[in-house]
Design a protein around this ligand. Structure first.
Ligand code: ADP
Length: 189
């Protein structure tokens, strides 16, 4: 069973996803990380991708879906995948579901829940520590959070009604949240 991680910016999603993937031997697909590699590639595509990332906007559908498609195709059938940062809207969800079903893969979702106010506070700290350009600009972070609420929450709701979502309380320490996630997915394999 593959996993798809969801959570508002600042929820700790990325950290938790990385730790879990390393411990339980999931191949991790990080949409933002893959796109940042393209951004840094010095190509025309990189320049295009940079504009979206730096503005906190979603990179165009075709670009991200191509990256996902190639990644899934390259992973052996018996290797579990943890997806972080995909799908982010309804169109991506439809394409993503098709890629996975064509590959004979099934998913469960982990949604780390956190209030927007608390998420904003955490992001302020993270911007200082990690120095990520798109986290330094508060306005762009808020834009990404709005996109999460408007575009990604409906995706989570759909997976929820299909009974595929494990909800995790995102308050507390990194260790506490990690323990909740491990508990939540304990019955999967
Ligand atoms: P965050 O979750 O905090 O927004 P990410 O590292 O996941 O951080 O994403 C950084 C940026 O990469 C996003 O703001 C967006 O520009 C781009 N991106 C990431 N995932 C997607 C996606 N699924 N579709 C389109 N763009 C994406």
């Amino acid at each position: 069973m593959d996993l798809v991680f969801f959570g508002i910016q600042g929820s700790g999603k990325g950290t938790q996803a990385k730790t879990l993937a390393a411990e339980l031997k999931y191949y991790i697909f990080e949409a933002g990380g893959e796109l940042r590699k393209i951004k840094a590639s010095g190509t025309d595509l990189g320049e295009l991708v940079k504009k979206y990332i730096d503005n906190g906007e979603l990179v165009p559908f075709e670009i991200i879906m191509e990256v996902v498609n190639e990644a899934v195709a390259a992973v052996p059938d018996d290797q579990k995948i943890l997806f972080d940062g995909i799908p982010r809207d309804e169109d991506q969800m439809n394409a993503f579901d098709k890629i996975l079903s064509d590959a004979g893969r099934q998913i469960r979702c982990v949604h780390i829940l956190l209030d927007k106010d608390e998420a904003v506070e955490r992001i302020k700290g993270r911007a200082e520590i990690e120095g990520r350009a798109d986290d330094a600009d508060q306005e762009k972070v808020l834009r990404r959070m709005d996109l999460f609420s408007e575009k990604t929450m409906p995706v989570i709701a759909e997976y929820e009604s299909a009974g595929k979502v494990i909800e995790i309380d995102g308050k507390g320490s990194v260790e506490e949240i990690y323990a909740r996630i491990k508990d939540g997915i304990a019955d999967l394999n």
